[in-house]
Design a protein around this ligand. Structure first.
Ligand code: CUA
Length: 173
């Protein structure tokens, strides 16, 4: 009898894991393909819409709020390095060009899932200045373990004089 219950629990856990994976891999993309939400198409991300290259990185809107737009793709983040001011709410909008990726901001409690056909949005405030690694925390293929970006958090008074070009990315030039 006990064995039966254990087996039942195992089946239930397996079904749950399968269903939650299915949600991201199948249901969500299908829902977006059918026109749910304003879904970006992974095939044309770089060509038109919100995630064209010139629109990536941090942007300040007229109200003074900051938005970071990023693409995750096998096996890089674009931009690879982002610079943000400390102690200011930063809105992130991220999508994926292929598999599901997971950005994890090392040294903080923040993480973000990047899913094809969907935009993940979250607002984070980074209180501590410094450099934070952004490894990918969701297995996304053979290059997964080398997939990492960087976040530079700098004081607001050092951020505001930066030119749009300097704000776009902090990759070494
Ligand atoms: Cu991207 Cu793992």
């Amino acid at each position: 009898m006990k064995k039966r219950i254990g087996f039942g629990v195992a089946i239930a856990l397996f079904a749950f894991a399968l269903l939650s994976t299915r949600f991201y891999m199948v249901d969500l993309p299908v829902w977006h393909i059918l026109g749910g939400g304003n879904a970006p198409d992974p095939a044309t991300l770089h060509l038109r819409g919100e995630f064209v290259e010139s629109n990536l990185g941090i942007a300040e809107d007229p109200k003074g709020t900051f938005t970071v737009r990023m693409i995750a793709q096998q096996y890089v983040f674009v931009p690879q390095c982002i610079v943000v001011p400390a102690d200011v709410p930063i809105r992130f909008r991220i999508t994926s060009a292929d598999a599901t990726h997971m950005l994890s901001f090392l040294g903080t409690n923040y993480g973000l899932k990047a899913v094809p056909h969907a935009v993940t949005e979250a607002t984070f405030t980074f209180a501590k200045t410094g450099e934070f690694k952004i490894p990918c925390h969701e297995f996304c293929g053979p290059g997964h373990y080398a997939m990492r970006g960087r976040l530079d958090v700098i004081p607001e008074n050092k951020f505001s004089p930066l030119t749009p070009e300097e704000r776009r990315t902090c990759e070494p030039r």
